[in-house]
Design a protein around this ligand. Structure first.
Ligand code: FAD
Length: 406
């Protein structure tokens, strides 16, 4: 009997199960998930869940009723420990073995840990799961001073949420600007200015050397030259690492940390596939193998793979896009930027609505927009269709991206 086993019920795994049924796949589907409970949405965990005083409830991706109605079996609080590729089985932490005809790894990512003295002190948090968010929500209720290590998306979203709860917040970042790997210098500056205006202290170009405390509870983050940033609650947001151990133990190829797949999202085993945060895939928009950490990527991988697994082999080619809500900042990114892009700002940074158009060799590849969903939607359409403006057109008076997709 055909049986698709999906390892991981995050955004990618859950969407795959739904899309398979949507495409009239009739055989058995089993989702195996290490976390307990229903699959849930991760983005709110660093945003609304923490900014509100009420205790957060994870927002389910699917209800029990949906899973029952679509004959999708969820085995929760259970990990896949290893794969027997010869037998075509996976071994589960509950002792069972499951036979698969196709196996999909949607194992996501986990937080990169900061390796400095003092990490065992209480009051130091990471944020990936609903349980993490719940612990952080409780800690915010009694915290006095908050420090955030890392000015990436998660760190800044959490900082804005903590500030909304009335707390003093210091964000400490190793790079010279926030979100340095992900957005242009112009966008970094506007975001930094907005957070500063809202009372968040941003310390840039600082490297953490240790956490200080009384042996039990953290009291400060220590930087270079013994600089001291008092905090009784610390969130470390220094990026993630793809969850690849099941793949590597099974001898599947990995590269740059991710599970290596081809354009059809297939690993080097013809019956094993990888999607979402864990997959390193050939991205036509980046021009190189890439790994992305976004809901769009997870969902579009899943939809593409569902087509392939239901008889219509499809190469993955979706345009990457992303959003991050940081208090009053609604940042949206369409496409992929590179370090050496020509970046053309558009709009008044002080108006609260602002965009940056990024060009590689005079070709528009990415549009960052702040509080401007209409530009973001137009950018996605223009980039997907290839009907993009030139640098001269972007700088001309009266430029409006929407005219390029009308
Ligand atoms: P995951 O959602 O990580 O799911 C993987 C699941 O697999 C996990 O439940 C894990 O426990 C399970 N698993 C792992 N190994 C095993 C195993 N061996 N056996 C069984 N189960 C296993 N993206 C955006 O686009 N916009 C945002 O605003 C945004 N905000 C975010 C906020 C937070 C706090 C976080 C953590 C992420 C955010 N992201 C955002 C990123 C987005 O949530 C991820 O890109 C997305 O969840 C990836 O989906 P996934 O299914 O690949 O992995």
């Amino acid at each position: 009997m055909e049986h698709i086993v999906i390892v991981g019920a995050g955004h990618a795994g859950t969407q795959l199960a739904e899309s398979l049924r949507h495409n009239d796949f009739t055989a058995a589907i089993t989702l195996v998930n290490a976390e307990a409970g229903l699959p849930y949405q991760r983005p709110p965990l660093s945003k609304d869940h923490l900014a509100q005083a009420a205790p957060p409830e994870p927002l389910p991706l699917k209800t029990h009723q949906f899973l029952t109605d679509h004959d999708i079996t969820l085995i929760e609080a259970t990990s896949v420990l290893d794969i027997d590729r010869t037998a075509g089985t996976v071994h589960l932490s509950n002792g069972e073995n499951l036979r698969y005809s196709e196996l999909v790894l949607a194992t996501g990512a986990r937080n990169r840990l900061l390796a400095v003295p003092g990490t065992n002190l209480s009051g130091i948090h990471y944020l990936r799961t609903a349980d993490d968010a719940s612990r952080l929500h409780d800690a915010l209720a009694t915290a006095r001073t908050v420090a955030v290590v890392g000015a990436g998306f998660i760190g800044l979203e959490f900082a804005a949420a903590a500030r909304a709860r009335g707390l003093g917040v210091t964000v400490i970042e190793h790079h010279s600007r926030p979100m340095a790997r992900a957005v242009s210098a112009d966008m970094s500056q506007v975001v930094a200015d907005t957070h500063a205006a809202d009372g968040i202290r941003l310390v840039l170009g600082e490297s953490i050397t240790a956490f200080d405390g009384d042996g039990t509870q953290v009291s400060a983050v220590l930087g270079q030259n013994s600089r001291r940033y008092p905090a009784d609650l610390v969130v470390v947001g220094i990026g993630v690492e793809p969850a690849t151990e099941v793949a590597t133990t099974a001898g599947l190829a990995t590269e740059y940390g991710g599970i290596l797949v081809d354009a059809f999202l297939r690993t080097n085993d013809e019956h094993i596939w990888a999607i979402g945060d864990c997959a390193e895939f050939p991205c036509p928009h980046a021009g190189t193998p890439t790994r992305r950490e976004s809901v769009q990527n997870a969902v579009d991988h899943a939809r593409t793979l569902a087509r392939t697994l239901t008889g219509s082999p499809t190469e993955y080619s979706s345009l990457p896009w992303f959003w991050s809500n940081q208090g009053r900042i609604k940042l949206q990114i369409a496409g992929i930027g590179n370090a050496d892009d020509l970046c053309i700002p558009h709009g008044d940074p002080h108006s609260g609505r602002f965009s940056v158009y990024r060009f590689r060799q005079d070709k528009l590849t990415c549009v960052e927009s702040l509080n401007n969903p209409a530009v973001h939607i137009a950018a996605r359409k223009a980039l997907a269709k290839g009907t993009t403006p030139t640098p001269a057109e972007v700088t001309a008076d009266g430029f409006d991206l929407k005219h390029f997709v009308a």
